[in-house]
Design a binder for this molecule. Structure first.
Ligand SMILES: Nc1ncnc2c1ncn2[C@@H]1O[C@H](COP(=O)(O)OP(=O)(O)O)[C@@H](O)[C@H]1O
Ligand SMILES: Cc1ncc(COP(=O)(O)O)c(N)n1
Length: 309
């Protein structure tokens, strides 16, 4: 009998300094016990001080990367991060519609914490109208949620307003919305998960006092994606079902297989992992020029280091 680990895919841009984007995603996929694969959308020169330049990858080469991964490997769950342009958003929508991405998390990355635009303005509408409906889960932060509702929607300032916006985003067609409250300033961070079966869950964590929050959104969406892959395969094995169905896993199929209880468990596990990673790196000073630097979280927090730091 052959076996295989859960397989995850990240569609995103790079971060050579290792804290965000594809780099954060692959580390997280590994830390959360899946085999990570990637489709790279843009090469980004960035570090803990911000983005200096974006070098977009040609659409046809992104398509070739999709063919390489999806033509060969049975992907259990996928996340998208930085897509950059409208053409790339449309390509990802087309690939999602083919039904080989497994459970599909969309992190609607628009602007880096440092303020640099990572999604062209004319691509926002394609995300709203075409990408959201093919997602099983979207994970906007407070400014992204407002912009995905409309150009003049204000950012939510209260938990009630977050619940309301999560509900309105569900109307755009994703299977679930995790509205992240990391951009607030309260002592507690509240994240709201609303699913299309009408359930709403609130997750609360103490705010960690740290400058090292670069890549938290990437890490969280990758961790949720990995958890869904792991839990989904565990459930399928426990139910005696085929681990690798011959038919593609279409949108309806992955939504049906991943109920809101499993998704709630996956989000809870992923947020706990992120809290450990944030706490572990809270006092890190990595940059040669620490003033104003936003360092990464500790993706390795659960992996024993056998040498002194
Ligand atoms: N200082 C912090 N303390 C605790 N959790 C945080 C902190 N900053 C971010 N998080 C967690 O990381 C998640 C993603 O962060 P957020 O800033 O909302 O998104 P993004 O990185 O996409 O802008 C939040 O939902 C929250 O759970
Ligand atoms: C390639 C890439 N994707 C996403 C982010 C957002 O991360 P953050 O909001 O923490 O800067 C980033 N900086 N770079």
């Amino acid at each position: 009998m052959t076996t295989r680990p859960p397989i995850t895919l990240s569609i995103a841009g790079t971060d050579p300094s290792g804290g965000a984007g594809i780099h954060a995603d692959l580390k997280t996929f590994t830390a959360r016990k899946t085999m990570g694969t990637t489709v790279i959308t843009a090469l980004v020169a960035q570090n803990t001080h911000g983005v200096s330049r974006v070098y977009p990858v040609d659409v046809d080469f992104v398509a070739d990367q999709f063919d390489s991964v999806l033509g060969d490997l049975p992907v259990d769950a996928t996340k998208s991060g930085m897509l950059g342009s409208r053409d790339l958003v449309e390509l990802v929508v087309a690939r999602a519609a083919e039904g080989r991405l497994g459970f599909f998390t969309v992190d609607p990355v628009m602007i880096a914490t440092s303020g640099h635009r990572l999604l062209e303005t004319d691509a926002v509408d394609a995300v709203r109208t075409h990408l959201l409906p093919v997602a099983d889960l979207i994970t906007p932060n407070l400014p992204e949620a407002a912009l995905l509702i409309s150009d003049d929607e204000p950012e939510a300032q209260t938990t009630e307003a977050m619940r309301d916006q999560a509900g309105r985003l569900l109307e755009r067609g994703p299977g679930a919305v995790l509205l992240k409250g990391g951009h607030g300033s309260d002592d507690e961070v509240i994240d709201i998960l609303a699913t299309s079966d009408g359930q709403v869950r609130e997750f609360t964590h103490p705010r960690v006092t740290t400058m090292n929050t670069h890549g938290t959104g990437c890490t969280l969406s990758a961790a949720i994606t990995a958890e869904v892959a792991v839990l989904g395969r565990e459930r399928a094995a426990a139910a005696g079902g085929p681990a690798d169905p011959a038919a593609p896993t279409g949108k309806d199929r992955s939504r049906a297989a991943i109920g809101s209880d499993l998704l709630g468990e996956a989000v809870g596990n992923a947020l706990d992992f992120l809290a450990r990673a944030l706490n572990s790196a809270a006092d890190w000073q990595l940059s040669l020029d620490p003033e104003g630097a936003h360092g990464p979280v500790d993706h390795q927090v659960d992996i024993v280091r056998d040498r002194p730091a």
